[in-house]
Design a protein around this ligand. Structure first.
Ligand code: ADP
Ligand code: MG
Length: 695
């Protein structure tokens, strides 16, 4: 490493700053100070000026930047008061200065590095005093004291050379209004999901952002922080030799559009176009989604469509219609829900895996919290859906989410924003993500003798935000069990064979033969290829053909009619049809939504509504989805209500209710269910003697 003397450094900066680009920038600052107060230097300009020096800047940023600041200040003599300054910020650092959070080491201390990540937490912006102005109580002369630490430094003596008080102990009056301040903000980034291998937890880094770049970032942003890595002693009672690291941020760069992160070359494009013409495209994609999970065809179909997504629409009046597809898997334990979610979080761009019962305060959405991180300041913390902005949020155990998430999730799923207004934090965070959620039934496992919908313990308004709800039951079935078990065993065999050196022979079988035999378990398209294909498809905005429109409308009307009177299949479900059919067209890279696509959507929607809301006689009851209570149940509840109105003044025993209700043709278990629904809803309560009474 070549060393540089101060005067050599100053000379090189001088040359860079005297180029047109920076002369204009500095003149602009001189005119608009303090609205503009930073010179942003492109690292490649330093590199072009002097290759050795550009490497030196990364090694010795403190010294080089200090000299650069002086050089800039010399060019703008009008800015010279205490506390006034111009920042020199360097951006566009070279690849070898980019470090992942998990790879930051002691070696990087004091060096200029670029760290990419998602903003997980931001504190409110607060001013920090940089120079305090004091006045001598005796002679009134002004004394400026630079402030660096946490405790205000006062002048030791009056420095008025003319006054009689010079060098004598005196009192000083601080002038808080005239003192100078700088905005400061503390942020925490976490590694981007793409950088993570095999489900490891993302690591985090704290950065301090000051002055004109404070307040630019908010939770959920995907950014690069360029700065100098520093260490701070852990604030323990005993002095410690173990240090925490943080980044003294010099500049912030925002990430471009998410799919632009995926580079598609001309060869890729040719390959993608060829893939789209393959008659087996759909099956190939299905087989590339979690191939080690057996079956789940409908689920994988829905998930494949979710990956492509419908089109986001902005209407003339500024309203937005989401294009992202939300899917809920609700099912018995041990049917590979979690496994599927984990797989998808690693397949989808910006995929985040989170659990409903997460330990963090932000949970699934976002929260304003006051914790250690903010040192007493309020902090805005992003939850899973915000971190998955423009990606896929895989939320496991949705039924175990917090109360706070329960109420915030509606807005998050439909408007794709989360508003936080608390304690001076007033933020709207974007969460333009698709959601793939999994939940268990109310009693842990579906009970065969009860309707599906009564066993789903999620608020109906939340349920109606999902475009597709898949029910997974785990019933013993000889054929299925046999196939499932041999599939899982084969998966393991293939896994074992992959670990052995080529050419090995086990029990007379060549490893290569085993691999060939179990070839089905290999994805047809690699994760990388599929990601590129999906990214490419997002360029396409498919338009609905009139006949596709008709198919969707017919299906919609069919369901409505079957629902009978007073049943509202909402516009939400209709929008679901549109999104799914658009996704199906995108999958083929087609700019038209054709009959084929409309049929795919209609089949999926009708199948899921039949499963959840289907009555035994083949009619549907969407009310179950939107209010949680079916028509038939509503009538049952009315019967129980009228029984209570007539006979229930002093409360009724269960047997009495059953007896009265039997006159209306209700069975004991129907009564039991209705009474339970009414108790849950707060309409009835139980007296200490065990009677039911109207609340
Ligand atoms: P859940 O989250 O639904 O309770 P898990 O994802 O934890 O279930 O699955 C438990 C295990 O069962 C998985 O690790 C997987 O090996 C196995 N398993 C269950 N169903 C399947 C399937 N259809 N194909 C392959 N493996 C399965
Ligand atoms: Mg699970």
């Amino acid at each position: 490493m070549t060393g540089f003397q101060d005067n050599e450094i100053a000379k090189i900066w001088g040359e860079i700053l005297s180029t047109d680009k920076y002369r204009v920038m500095i003149a602009d600052i001189a005119d608009n100070y303090p609205d503009k107060k930073s010179v942003s230097i492109d690292y490649s300009d330093i590199n072009m000026q002097d290759v050795d020096f550009s490497a030196y800047v990364l090694e010795e940023p403190d010294r080089c930047l200090e000299i650069a600041r002086k050089a800039v200040m010399d060019l703008v003599p009008s800015i010279n008061k205490p506390g006034q300054g111009i920042n020199v910020r360097i951006f566009n650092l070279p690849r070898d200065a980019k470090v992942e959070v998990r790879n930051l080491r002691a070696d990087h201390l004091g060096r200029l590095v670029a760290v990419e990540g998602l903003v997980r937490k931001v504190t409110t912006v607060k001013p920090r005093m940089t120079y305090a102005l004091f006045r001598c109580a005796r002679c009134g002369s002004e004394i400026w004291v630079e402030q660096t630490g946490m405790i205000m430094k006062e002048p030791l003596m009056c420095n008025n050379p003319d006054g009689s008080c010079n060098k004598q102990a005196t009192r000083f009056i601080e002038d808080l209004k005239a003192s100078t301040y700088m905005d400061t903000q503390k942020v925490e980034i976490q590694e981007r999901p793409e950088g993570l291998r095999g489900g490891s937890q993302p690591e985090r880094l704290t950065g301090y952002v000051e002055d004109d770049i404070a307040g630019l970032v908010t939770a959920g942003n995907s950014i690069t922080l360029n700065g100098i890595l520093r260490s701070a002693e852990k604030l323990d009672r005993d002095k410690s030799t173990v240090f925490e690291i943080y980044l003294d941020v010099n500049s912030v760069e925002f990430e471009q559009h998410e799919y632009d992160e995926i580079q598609i070359t001309e060869e890729d494009e040719a390959e993608i176009l060829a893939m789209s013409k393959d008659p087996n495209l759909y099956d190939n994609i299905l087989q590339s989604i979690a191939p080690s999970i057996y079956g789940m065809h409908d689920e994988k179909k829905a998930i494949a469509l979710q990956l492509f997504g419908g089109c986001h629409k902005e209407m003339d009046d500024g309203t937005n219609i989401r294009g992202d597809i939300h899917i809920l898997l609700i099912g018995d334990p041990g049917v590979a829900k979690s496994q599927l979610l984990r797989y998808m979080s690693s397949l989808a761009p910006r995929g985040i895996y989170a659990s409903g019962k997460s330990a963090s305060a932000a949970g699934l959405t976002a929260a304003a919290v006051r914790d250690d991180f903010g040192d007493g300041r309020w902090t805005l913390e992003a939850g899973a859906l915000v971190l998955a902005d423009k990606g896929l949020a895989c939320v496991d155990e949705l039924d175990k989410m917090t109360e706070q998430d329960r109420s915030a999730l509606h807005e998050a799923m439909e408007a794709q924003k989360i508003s936080v207004a608390k304690a001076g934090i007033n933020a709207t965070l974007q969460c333009r993500c698709s959601m793939l959620a999994a939940a268990n039934p109310k009693y842990g496992r579906f009970e065969a003798d009860q309707n599906i919908y009564t066993q789903i313990d999620l608020p109906p308004p939340l349920m109606s935000r999902f475009d597709i709800i898949e029910v997974l039951t785990d019933k013993p079935d000889k054929k299925h069990d046999q196939e499932l078990s041999s599939y899982i065993l084969k998966t393991h065999l293939r896994g074992e064979a992959r670990m052995l050196p080529e050419g090995s022979v086990i029990d007379g079988r060549e490893v290569s033969d085993i691999l060939k035999e179990t070839d089905k378990i290999k994805p047809i398209y690699s994760i990388e290829k599929l990601r590129k294909y999906v990214a490419y498809s997002k360029r396409i905005v498919p338009v609905m053909t009139p006949s596709a429109e008709k198919i969707i409308q017919d299906s919609f009307l069919r369901i409505r009619k079957m629902g009978g009177d007073g049943v509202a299949i909402t516009a939400r479900q209709l929008e679901g049809y549109v999104r799914l059919s658009e996704a199906s067209a995108r999958m083929r890279l087609s700019d038209r939504v054709t009959d084929q696509d409309a049929n795919v959507a209609a089949e999926l929607v009708e199948a899921y509504i039949q499963r959840i809301a289907g009555n035994d006689d083949g009619t549907y009851d969407i009310d179950r989805l939107t209010s949680g209570i079916s028509n038939k149940d509503r009538n049952k509840l009315d019967i129980i209500r009228s029984i209570f109105n007539q006979f229930g003044a002093d409360g009724l025993e269960m047997e009495e209710i059953v007896q009265h209700a039997s006159n209306n043709g209700l069975s004991e278990s129907e009564v039991d269910h209705a009474v339970r629904t009414m108790s849950d809803g707060g309409e009835l309560y139980r007296t200490p003697s065990g009677k039911y009474k109207k609340a």
